[in-house]
Write a protein that binds this ligand. Structure first.
Ligand code: GUN
Ligand code: FE
Length: 427
């Protein structure tokens, strides 16, 4: 997995060239050199004829999918408590489950299952929440590194409004544990990186946010959290932070809301509008749109078309266990479906997402958080999956775009033939 030899994949190649356009090359050649894409060709250039070739003729070759928001410790209880709304679901199921990750054996078993299943699926990249526990989070990072995935992982910070078993003593203890975690993983990984993870405003005191801001300024780490997911949550944030102009401002006041040197992902943004949306645009805060979670927890439907129109960066998140499935193909289909309901029932001025747009969100849209990732442009990092769609699409008759659309709805692990992350072949 270490030597990055050049190679060629021959197959039916699809990738986004803009949010609205998918480039399709039937029976083409995709060249990988030193972990990066060297180009997509209709005819193989002379200079590449001696490279090893992987024959995927008749199969779809697409960029690896990107999960911008997932909770690894919640994988073990997915599909439970789906009759509850966010705050009740957190207290009833999520916090008790996450408390168990202080136990190394429990964490080992649960995290092995999570990593194995993600590694076998179509996602190549993910931004992942762990828990407050340092040992378990480092173990999760070790497992992800070993699996070959490219991820950002956060030890979660929480110092208020949660049970004793899932709350750090105070802001200083939480910040010290985070600094200790960062010291212990320094230089340890090639493709697993830390990301600062204040859980959400209700879980973090002002003092903790100040401490995290100090760490962020010193180490220039990216940040991930939750924003404007649920009406009850938003009302609570207003009470907790009366000085903040809006929920986003509660992060921004502490310098933890995007901008130069502070790449930030906010999950959900179902109710972001007005000044909050303007600030997100100004600060280029990434939205992780999590349609399954927003449906399961009755949170609402985020205005993704608006984010796209306004130039706010946006990708997709599974948000397991608010969502039940890790596959970002599933999130693409969910995103299209909820956008139709929003268009029909909420706002006729925002047309539903197309298959091309959902594919963009789940590849290049989220990939942008990692750099040049999520499309087969020359020089971009080489993440690819190969799909044998013959189980659901008989040979002949359909365009590549039609086959891609069907794969969004129908592809699962059974159909994956190969997976590459940064040029490394996982299978
Ligand atoms: N807000 C704070 N924590 C969580 C979480 O674990 N899941 C979701 N969906 N929202 C949150
Ligand atoms: Fe979440």
């Amino acid at each position: 997995m270490t030597a990055l030899h050049p190679f060629v994949i021959q197959g039916d190649i699809c990738y986004s060239t803009s949010p609205q356009t998918v480039e399709t090359v039937e029976n083409g050649y995709l060249v990988c050199e030193e972990g990066r894409c060297a180009g997509v060709f209709r005819d193989l250039p002379q200079s590449c004829r001696d490279l090893p070739q992987i024959d995927c003729v008749g199969q779809l070759v697409v960029p690896g999918l990107v999960d911008l928001h997932v909770h690894a410790p919640q994988y073990a209880f997915r599909g439970l408590g789906m009759d509850l709304e966010l705050l009740e679901w957190l207290n009833t199921h999520t916090f008790p489950e996450e408390s168990k990750y202080g136990d190394a054996d429990y964490a080992d078993q649960a995290y092995r299952r999570f990593v194995r299943d993600v590694a076998q699926g179509p996602n190549t990249r993910a931004c992942i929440f762990g828990t407050i526990h340092t040992e378990a989070t480092i173990h999760l990072m070790d497992l992800l590194e070993e699996a070959g995935l490219c991820t950002m992982v956060g030890k979660v910070n929480m110092d208020r409004n949660s049970p004793d078993s899932l709350r750090e003593t105070d802001a200083q203890a939480s910040a010290a544990a985070t600094a200790d975690w960062l010291r212990r993983i320094e230089g340890r990984y090639a493709h697993t990186a830390p990301i600062l993870t204040p859980r959400f405003i209700p879980s973090c005191t002002d003092e903790l946010m100040e401490e995290l801001h100090r760490l962020q300024s010193r180490l220039h780490l990216p940040v991930q959290s939750h924003l404007s997911e649920n009406q009850g949550e938003i009302a609570w944030v207003k009470e907790l932070c009366p000085q903040a102009r809006h929920y986003g401002d509660a992060y921004h006041r502490f310098g933890l809301f995007g901008g130069e040197g502070c790449p930030t992902i906010m999950a959900h943004c179902v109710y972001s509008d007005g000044d909050e949306l303007s600030l997100m645009k100004e600060q280029q805060v990434f939205v992780a749109h999590c349609p399954a979670s927003n449906t399961n927890l009755s949170s609402g439907i985020a205005p993704v078309r608006r984010f796209l129109n306004e130039g706010i960066p946006v990708g997709l998140g599974s948000d397991v266990a608010g969502g039940t499935h890790t596959s970002i193909f599933r999130a693409m289909a969910d995103a299209i479906q909820v956008s139709k309901l929003r268009w029909r029932l909420v706002d006729a001025s925002l047309p539903p997402l197309t298959a091309a747009e959902a594919f963009y969100l789940g590849t290049a849209g989220g990939g942008a958080f990692f750099g040049q990732v999520g499309a087969f442009a020359p020089g971009w990092e080489f993440d690819a999956i190969v799909i044998d769609d013959s189980r659901y699409t008989p040979a002949g008759g359909l365009s590549l775009m039609d086959r891609l659309e069907r794969s969004i709805y129908l592809c699962d692990e059974r159909d994956l033939r190969h997976k590459f992350v940064q040029g490394r072949q996982l299978f």
